[in-house]
Ligand binder design. Sequence first.
Ligand code: CA
Length: 371
Amino acid sequence: MFLLRLRNATLLALLTLGCLLIAGCGEKPQTAAETAPATKTVYNWKLAMTWPSNFPIFSDAVDHFAASVKTMSDGQLLIQIDSANKTKAPFGVLDMVNAGQYEMGHTASYYWKGTEPSTMFFTTMPFGMTAPEQYAWFYYGGGMELMQKVYAKHGVYSFPGGNTGVQMGGWFRKEIKTLKDLKGLKMRVPGFAGEVLAQLGVVVTNIAPGELYTSLERGNIDALEWVGPALDLKMGFQKIAPFYYTGWHEPASELQFLVNRQAFDALPKNLQEILVTAMKAETLDAYAHMFNDNAVGLASLRTEFPEVKLRTFPKEILDALKQANQRLVDETAAKDPLFKEVLDSQRAYLAKVRPWSIVSDYAYMKDNQEN
Ligand code: CA
């Protein structure tokens, strides 16, 4: 009570002092126009996503992000979401955000490798960093700056947008024991990993997600990769391919938010901060959501489909994949200075953080596998 009275007395003294310092203070009654809050501009934005509506985890994350921005901005920044069902252009997101047709996009950076090979590094690279290592690179190792440098010429800012963690190496109808088993094997695998596998004799194709199950079932392809148990089991691959391999090719697939530069720069500072903070929060949420659902998926795979055999590729194959990958990235780097700049940054960062990953997470898990 005493403290409260003291605080009130101090406040009164300060107000009085303020009135003495400000000329005219307290002399004139305020008009209604002066007391009414200023009308705030409402920004109506649109976001195009590569995913169809109700796509597990990915579209949930975007919905949650938009709702969060609306609440935090008190209705001043509204983001309408258009799924791939509406845009009919799942791989046109970069162009549409660049053109200002959409202020934002949610997608994955490696889809733009045909336009700009160095965009692949901001999703994942075969034998690259794990998700914690890659987040450290983005936020504290120069990754964000390099990503803006790559995307500046495409008229957009790019931000991390959630991570799948290590993706599984794929579903195979036959066991892969030696390099010979890969010769002529028909496999759906997109991105840089496809180019690496092609070096080992795999016949690589890319097939739309909706046709994957039928293609594998009918034998048009012998193998495919998708994501991990969280999403793969919903596709039903476990019913038609008995060998499920651990991953090497997408160790930390980061999703991506794109923001049109002009639209972002035109926002007031507080809304920019809300947007950036909401994207970061959603990134963590999507990563945790995916980790949870992968764990749940693996458990149900083991109980409901015990005939599925989990395998890791033999060392002979992993060594050959590693060599082919290194050769291919070095060839691309020799032709593309920006690709080389990002490659050098990631290689140096991996060399810096991997020893800590091994001494911390790896050492801990290696000795506690009974969990
Ligand atoms: Ca994949």
